[in-house]
Design a protein around this ligand. Sequence first.
Ligand SMILES: [Mn+2]
Length: 605
Amino acid sequence: MTQPSETPRRFRDVLDVAEPVSVPRPARPAAAPLPEGVAAAVPVQPGAPAPADLIDPGEAAPAALELARTLGLAVTAADVLHRAGRADDPETRRWLEPLLAHLTPPDAMADRALCADRLARAVRAGERVAVFGDYDCDGITSTAIVTGVLRALGGDAVPLLATRQEGGYGFSAPALARVRESGARVLVTCDCGSSDHERIAAARAAGIDVLVIDHHLVPSEPLPAMAFLNPHRPECGFPFKGLASCGLALSLAAALRKELGAKLDLRHWLDLVAIGTVADVAPLTGDNRVLVRAGLAMLARGSRPGLRALAGHAKIDLGRGLTASDIAFRIAPRLNAPGRLADPDRALALLMAGDDASAWSLAAQVEQITLERRALQERMIAEATADIEAGGWAADPAIVLARQGWHVGVVGIVAGRVASKYGKPTIVIGLEGAVGRGSVRGPSGFRLHDALTACSADLAAFGGHQAAAGVEVRADRIEALRAAWNQACQRPGGLAGPPAVQADVRLDERADLASAAGGLEQLEPCGEHNRAPRVLLRGAKVLAVREIKGHLKLEVQAARGMVSAFGFELGALAGASPGPGGTPAPALPSARGRGAGRPGGPLRP
Ligand SMILES: [Mn+2]
């Protein structure tokens, strides 16, 4: 989560905000075909949008061409920057070439020195340190970083992760018991702890010094921890508030290294910082842009056996370079799968594996669990679709689905896919007897939290934010909730309306696609707070479109060659088949060109 979470701890395991959701705008009743020769890089239902909806941003301005020349950028990339109000100045040059040296000096971070001092004492005295993290990617990577750095500096560190079965997210009572069993004198909580006052007080009473590293909501009640590293503490003077826990963990590692006067190359852990930061949907600005950019480069080097093995099983070619989307849609879902279905320890062990043999064996297990998760998810999506058709709910303003036995670890993914497919605010609930826990997703811009507030009478509890939320509901209230949810979602102002279908830049049809695509990669990492540009590709025709495991694959004939494009999580758009000679149709945001080797030359992989 990017900001201090407004979310009560118990909802976090159904929020799944680490699984990005792509939601197309709702289909229009009158499906007017696009005029010949117009295609926009925007997600729209095939054949659905009226031509007038596609706003052509026009040619690059002379100032953009000048920016391209002075910055040595491809015109398309320079045009994106120009339209974002950037000029050729030191700030833009830094943004384009972020360096670790640009990171904000950490001295004003509250309790950072205190944490480092206590950990340094533990390392010197050989005291055992328990490192306890949540079971999402940010928690797992933070735990791997703190544990790995402590061990590299000669410390005795025991990593532990929260589990869905035992206590759920956060530093729960079962978690405290495990920490006590570990015999640790010091506890570092990673990506949790900010609101776990009671257990932290209990740990302290048991003689354990607790250091909390977290970026979630800071309650007003003071935390009984020895040190509390959280940029959202009012007394924390560190100006960049967007660090995820893995970024905080790396900063603490640097402080500890300095405290011990040790030589240790912390760049080794940047790949994990990139994964945790992107998976947590933290803003890709400021220090995070620096860290993720460096981390992506580190990932591409493939120096960590576990990630090399994960990439091998997932058929990710590290050497060709990765983007933030590769983390969000290919790496993070795999690392999250064990925690969703069973026990997250295998994901942590994979990240910490020291040799190829154990890494490949663990990666095989993680891949198997990912396949199980995907099969479960596909079965649930098929059941959800069947329920929608049987209930005749596709025509309703909004959707509520519930079944006995639906896995609560997967309802968030299913809600996202249903919301994407139908373009409607969606609640998907897993029932266990009389109790249901569900996830809420909607079209982008829809204010889910506001709509849930209007339904609070039918909910046992709810939490989250406008883009993703979780609910608890009694089984006998599902029908009432469906009526209330439909009511809330059809209110004037409830639905923000379909987002404007506007491309950010137009790609000149004479442009070399390879250099244009390569140039756009200089804007990476794209994602939260740095949206991937939507590129209007004029004169393009979609020759083939198909869905692959929920994703969308397109073959596009452009003026200067054929291009393959891939849209993560946009498989719901694959409904229409191209007509003879190719149907003009949209390409995709953040679609990544893959070379087709035709006259236009391969798009830079
Ligand atoms: Mn986090």
